[in-house]
Design a protein around this ligand. Structure first.
Ligand code: ZN
Length: 574
């Protein structure tokens, strides 16, 4: 806990307690100060409670309804729907009187995307000593190009089972053991070891447990390709999410000099089972072996070839940036950044009703709406917070956090000057909750601030309710954490007011099963914005507290991002 926390958190409580209660302004003056400490919390501005009232469901609803409309065609990066959404959001920012936050006084920070559209083969054949196995595209496998070239090709490569495919010196874990994997196809398990709390965060999924790490890890070994074995528990979502997310155009930032494999694939668990059975092995037994530090790669004696034509297209998207300049001449070059991604999947494979537009209403029109509502409230303060506040609506998140990654590599404030990142991705569409989910709880001193404010809202802060799904690494706060910025993501609680205890989880599970990354993620007039108002208020007060504090948040000692923070702070020291 830093100095400011110790001194001011206690007093912050009473200021926040007043939030939501309408103040009556004394004649000809500012609203009455309900608490002397409101001054400290709100940067010398007694009207923060009044400003907080700007966070209203109707304002958010209008934004969600607009950009999730079919007219925006699912906001696929680089599409006309993407451009239209950015234009609309720019107008809304201008209407709030934000300042253009990108370079040269512009609203947009453009970035190039390489669109890769592989013509996936209908079948994929694997040859063993006495027999072969042919898998069907879509039902059994999904494959993408690992290279930004017109053809991806692997010829007669041997398939090697590599367990988790993890190299983690800090856990004394190396699944490769120096094996020569050059030109091989690696069959790899998803997730990371989760049976021991001392290993890889226990049930919490770390970066090591993510698909992007798996492919990168295989490429570092010089592998020709990697095949991830899908299981719903180890991925955190059903195979249909793989199908819809990995077909059609895939976007990447332009390639640098990082290692790359030719192909990156997924297979269903049943297919993997059949594949290893061809080698006379049992998948469960292989996985059992992989639960051990002593695991060594298992060549399967199976070879395979695959090739695909790849359409390469270069398009542009942009992050939309609106700035509220800080009021303190000494601190205004530091910033609190709110993020929410404005993109979604665009137009894609039709669902059974023939709908091809992936509207992305909950994911993430709701997050955009919450951040805009927070900006509206901050702008309603008669005096801006001490530090600056940047509203950063990033693009191309669904394709691998690309907009935020680009921003992190090309930030408008030096990383050491970014006090914190608060991210919203997927709002609560079901109503008030007794709890709020804090993705990243335990990682930084932001915890203390959020806990206290939530308490004043009468809510409890819970850690990730689905820790095995690795949400911290699945949205844009991760891009900020990687450059050292203390970062968090506020997500839907699960304990709904006036509902049975299991109701919330049922809604969330149902959403994941039926609507997540599907054309059915559409706005519904029956959605409640009450929970989003609560969550946005929490983010408003938290950001305000950080923007006005003497000291900036810090990572918990030993956190995986602490070293990056120290480096970033050193870089901006005079
Ligand atoms: Zn999202």
């Amino acid at each position: 806990m830093n100095k400011w926390n110790v001194l001011a958190l206690a007093v912050l409580a009473s200021a926040v307690a007043a939030c939501g209660k309408k103040e009556t302004a004394p004649e000809g003056g500012e609203p009455a100060v309900t608490s002397p400490v409101a001054v400290e919390v709100s940067g010398g501005n007694p009207a923060a409670e009044q400003a907080a009232l700007e966070i209203a469901g109707d304002y958010m609803r209008a934004i969600v309804e607009e950009i999730s409309d079919d007219r925006y065609e699912g906001r696929g990066p680089g599409s006309r729907g993407d451009a239209a959404a950015r234009e609309y959001l720019t107008e809304r920012m201008a209407a709030l009187d934000l300042e253009p936050g990108a370079a040269d006084g512009s609203w947009e920070q453009p970035f190039d995307l390489v669109g890769i559209n592989a013509t996936q083969p209908d079948t994929w054949t694997f040859n063993g000593h006495d027999g072969s196995l042919t898998l069907q595209q879509w039902e059994q496998f999904i494959v993408g190009s690992g290279v930004q070239e017109e053809r991806a090709e692997v010829t007669d490569a041997e398939v090697v089972f590599v367990g988790y495919g993890i190299e983690a010196p800090e856990y004394d874990w190396d699944d490769y053991k120096g094996a020569d994997l050059e030109g091989k196809i690696l069959l790899v398990m998803n997730n990371d070891p989760d049976w021991d709390p001392e290993l890889f965060g226990g049930e919490t999924r770390l970066w090591y447990g993510r698909w992007d790490y798996k492919y990168l890890s295989a490429a570092r070994q010089g592998a020709a390709g990697a095949i991830i074995i899908h299981t719903a528990p180890s991925a955190g979502y059903p195979f249909q999410v793989v199908q819809t997310s990995w077909t059609g155009v895939q976007f990447e930032l332009p390639a640098g000099d990082e290692p790359r494999s030719q192909v990156n694939a997924w297979v269903t668990e049943d297919s993997a089972r059949e594949l290893v059975a061809m080698a006379g092995l049992d998948l469960d037994e292989l996985r059992e072996r992989a639960f051990n530090r002593d695991f060594e790669p298992v060549p399967l004696g199976i070879t395979t070839s695959i090739s695909m034509d790849v359409d390469i297209d270069r398009v542009q998207s942009a992050n939309v940036l609106g700035l509220i300049r800080g009021s303190d001449p000494e601190l205004r070059d530091e910033v609190v950044i709110y993020t929410a991604h404005h993109d979604h999947l665009g137009i894609g494979t039709p669902n059974e009703d023939g709908d091809t537009i992936y509207n992305g209403a909950m994911d993430n029109a709701t997050g955009v709406a919450q951040v805009m509502a927070i900006a509206k409230a901050i702008k309603a303060l008669p005096r801006a917070p001490r530090r600056s506040v940047l509203v950063n609506l990033v693009g191309a998140e669904e394709q691998g956090l690309l907009g935020s990654e680009y921003y992190a590599a090309n930030p408008t404030f030096a990383p050491g000057k970014i006090a914190a990142n608060l991210n919203y991705d997927g709002g609560n569409i079901w109503g008030h909750t007794h709890d709020v989910t804090f993705i990243g709880l335990g990682k930084s001193s932001i915890d203390d601030i959020v806990r206290l404010i939530a308490e004043e809202q009468g809510r409890v802060v819970k850690p990730d309710q689905f820790a095995d799904k690795g949400y911290f690494y699945r949205s844009d706060q991760f891009s900020f954490a990687k450059i050292g910025v203390p970062a968090m993501y506020l997500d839907t609680g699960t304990d709904f007011v006036d509902r049975p205890p299991e109701w919330g989880r049922q809604q969330l599970d149902h959403y994941t099963e039926v609507n997540y990354h599907q054309p059915t993620d559409e706005y519904d007039a029956s959605w409640s914005f009450d929970g989003m108002v609560d969550d946005a208020l929490l983010g408003f007060w938290t950001g305000l507290a950080i923007a006005n504090a003497d000291e900036v948040p810090v990572w918990s000692p030993g956190d995986e991002f602490e070293a990056a923070r120290l480096e970033a702070l050193e870089a901006v020291e005079d």
